[in-house]
Design a protein around this ligand. Structure first.
Ligand code: OXC
Length: 309
């Protein structure tokens, strides 16, 4: 099948537009190497903090037929580990996600990444983790986001994208887009989980995850319409800035819908957790099969072309 699903953005070339979301199965070196050896088009690390973090108490991940609820609390190996593995991931785009718990954490990691030169191909700055008790999602605080980005681009001149929380109001899309436009953002990833959702188990009359009294980030099918909406909004408002779609991608059809909304590439989260790394080959095959049926040979033939007039 001579159907091309490669993606190019910010100087990165991905043989497949599909890769992992920062979250499931990308924390340990072993997991990152598995992703590297899979059909994923790029490798993205779990969000790093300056040092190792054990994360929130378990159980902290739940799934049902509609998606997932998590409150992982940023368990990760620490930034040094994600920089040092880069040498073993050199033939694929390797993106490191960072999620400092404070501005100074983020600046410390960016200085370190800056010093590491070309080790890492790009950075995804996570502005939207909902699961650290006592810490707000910075992406919902527009002034703090702007102030952070002002400092970020003073110390870091590599490729840097941002991972946004889902927005639900037109004015918020407008305000965040206006902020992002003022910076040399390499890409925008839409969306992180819907924060502080609650799933109830009626039989046990209990919450389903332990941290934060059961409140956690919602992913999977629950998230997809919100993810599509956010991709569409930022695609239209940020011409020239690639948008990476994430939220409820299980099939080639889901991926197709994200590209129609304007996504340049697509991340897989809950489904990667459920199915493992084979999901990349399966979803790619389904996407190519659908494109063939529709007479498309490459993604640019339909990217962003959702009929919405
Ligand atoms: N989003 C994140 O940014 N981080 C994780 N969960 C989530 O939904 C986490 O580690 O809690």
């Amino acid at each position: 099948m001579s159907i091309d699903i490669s993606a190019r953005f910010s100087g990165l070339t991905l043989s497949s537009c599909l890769f992992n979301a920062s979250g499931p199965r990308c924390t340990s070196s072993g997991e990152l190497l598995e992703l590297y050896n899979s059909k994923a088009g790029a490798v993205l690390s779990k969000s790093a903090t300056p040092g190792f973090r054990v994360g929130n108490p378990k159980p902290r991940y739940f799934e049902n037929q509609f998606g997932s609820l998590n409150s992982m609390g940023l368990p990760n190996e620490g930034i040094e580990s994600y920089i040092s593995i880069a040498a073993q991931l050199s033939n694929k785009a390797y993106i490191v996600s960072i999620a400092g718990l404070s501005k100074s954490d983020n600046m410390q990691m960016l200085r370190r990444l800056q010093k590491s030169g070309q080790a890492v191909d790009a950075v995804e700055l996570n502005l939207s983790c909902p699961n650290v008790p006592g810490k707000a999602q910075i992406g919902y605080d527009f002034d703090s986001t702007k102030a952070l980005l002002e400092e970020v681009f003073q110390v870091f001149d590599g490729k840097l994208g941002v991972k946004l929380p889902p927005y639900f109001d037109m004015i918020h899309f407008e305000q965040m887009a206006a902020i992002l436009k003022a910076f040399p953002i390499a890409f925008v990833t839409c969306v992180n989980s819907i924060g502080n959702a609650l799933i109830v188990d009626a039989e046990s009359e209990s919450v389903v995850i332990r941290p934060k009294s059961g409140f956690g980030g919602l992913g999977g099918d629950y998230l997809k319409p919100t993810g599509l909406a956010n991709v569409r909004q930022f695609y239209k408002r940020l011409p020239g800035i690639p948008v990476i779609g994430v939220g409820g991608v299980k099939t080639g059809l889901d991926a197709f819908e994200y590209i129609l909304c304007g996504a340049t590439a697509i991340q897989v989260g809950s489904q990667l957790m459920r199915e493992g790394i084979d999901c990349f080959e399966r979803i790619a095959f389904e996407l190519k099969t659908l494109m063939k049926t529709k007479g498309y040979k490459k993604l640019s033939q339909f990217r962003g072309k959702l009929k919405d007039g």
